[in-house]
Write a protein that binds this ligand. Structure first.
Ligand code: NAD
Ligand code: DAU
Length: 367
């Protein structure tokens, strides 16, 4: 069996569902169930004995050691993290705790567990650390995309905490020989994406008749990858990746935020018109920018294609269509996660942007 951390979150739950749809190898799923962890994502596995859910914090190193010696996994796939850049700006402490100390505690548990395995088991074992392209910092318009040799230059407390965790993972391979793999992936989107992130937030706000907040001028660029493609990439790296190596994963889909939001509005106009005969684009509102906002991310994903034969199956057009359809068909899931805590976060993040946004929108109208 494999041990997954953070398997009740967005990418982790897609990975667990995908894994069990492809193989009968059981999954031990360790998740603290923070605001971002949602057992409903895994509702279809309720009676599936191949899925063992453990409610635990990865910072609890005794518990991590106990889980490894009880279940004897052939691999650890580590997703658990605090993942939202804006939250890291409001409160970095939890990012340092989970992303750095949590990864450290898991590495320590693996360092105790791995040497006790038989040589065949040791050979087979992998510690796969799921990381982000944000560790590389930001690109200018004409810069080459991030490759595996791009220097780290994280700009937010989130990306700095992920960079620190990547360095710890690297050091456990070089110092202790632990068979680690690190993946650095671009922006994911798809089912079960928590509506604090751009794409699900825009869909939810559009349908609720609320403003669609664009930070700054909306010309920041992200590379978008459908979450199902991220899951197949991780499976492939687990299967054939070389211990100690890192692999960049991307969708070859660079898009400016405003273009993404316009695409979503047009798609919703076609699939679920707002009834007033106007486009959802009318709800677009410019708000104050994110402090330290990275301008452009782009991924050079040629290494994973060349060495492991992986490339994305979805185009942005096919992936975003599936995603919008999923949200339209799963409005109950969205309503369920829009709890009191979620509303408090929206207030905290967007209220203070309002004064700046009023001014910005007036200027935009005049241009
Ligand atoms: P998410 O925020 O949706 O989910 C994180 C999960 O981790 C949640 O289920 C949460 O309950 C759990 N968790 C948090 N703290 C924990 C702790 N201390 N102990 C145990 N569980 C804990 O995140 P996501 O978007 O699914 O991202 C998963 C991983 O992929 C993260 O490591 C993130 O850095 C990385 N990543 C995300 C993206 C993206 O676009 N979302 C892109 C590249 C890499
Ligand atoms: O690049 C990979 C990273 O992608 C992951 O490591 C992170 O975990 C994940 O959250 C994501 O980070 P971003 O900051 O790029 O994602 P987010 O959805 O928060 O924002 C995408 C872009 O949209 C970014 O430029 C900020 C902008 N934005 C976001 C929100 C929430 C807006 O313009 N308005 C908004 O309301």
């Amino acid at each position: 069996m494999i041990l997954v951390t953070g398997g009740a979150g967005f990418i982790g739950s897609n990975f667990v569902l995908d894994w069990l749809a492809q193989s009968d190898e059981p999954v031990v799923n360790v998740d603290k169930l923070t605001y971002a962890g949602n057992p409903n994502n895994l509702a279809s596995l309720r009676d599936d004995t191949r899925h063992i859910f453990v409610h635990a914090d990865i910072c609890d190193s005794d518990k991590m050691q106990e889980l490894l010696s009880t279940y004897k996994p052939t691999a650890i796939v580590h997703f658990a993290a605090e993942s939202h850049v804006d939250r890291s700006i409001h409160g970095p402490a939890e990012f340092v705790r989970t992303n750095i100390n949590g990864t450290f505690s898991l590495l320590e548990a693996a360092r105790t567990y791995w040497p006790q395995l038989t040589s065949a088991e040791k050979e087979q074992f992998r510690f796969l650390h799921v990381s982000t392209d944000e560790v590389y910092g930001t690109l200018g318009p004409d810069d080459a995309p991030f490759s595996e040799t791009t220097a780290y230059a994280p700009n937010s407390p989130y990306s700095a905490s992920k960079a620190a965790s990547d360095h710890l993972v690297r050091s456990y391979h070089h110092t202790y020989g632990l068979p680690t793999l690190t993946t650095n992936c671009s922006n994911n989107y798809g089912p079960y994406h928590f509506p604090e992130k751009l794409i699900p937030l825009i869909i939810a706000n559009a349908l609720a008749g609320k403003p669609l907040p664009i930070y700054g001028d909306g010309q920041q660029i992200r590379d978008w990858l459908y979450v199902g493609d991220h899951c197949t990439a991780i499976r492939r790296v687990l299967q054939a990746g070389k211990p100690g190596e890192t692999y960049n994963i991307g969708g070859w889909n660079e898009k400016a935020n405003l273009d993404v939001v316009n695409t979503l509005c047009d798609m919703l106009d076609a699939l679920q018109p707002n009834g007033a005969g106007s486009s959802y684009r009318k709800q677009i509102t410019y708000v104050a920018d994110r402090p330290g906002h990275d301008r452009r991310y782009a991924i050079d994903a040629r290494k994973i294609e060349r060495e492991l034969g992986w490339k994305p199956a979805e185009t942005f057009d096919s992936g975003i269509r599936k995603t919008v359809q999923w949200y339209l068909e799963n409005q109950a899931w969205v309503r369920d996660v829009q709890s009191g805590d979620y509303m408090k976060w929206l207030e905290k993040n967007y209220q203070q942007r309002n004064a700046a946004s009023e001014l910005f929108n007036k200027v935009q109208e005049k241009i």
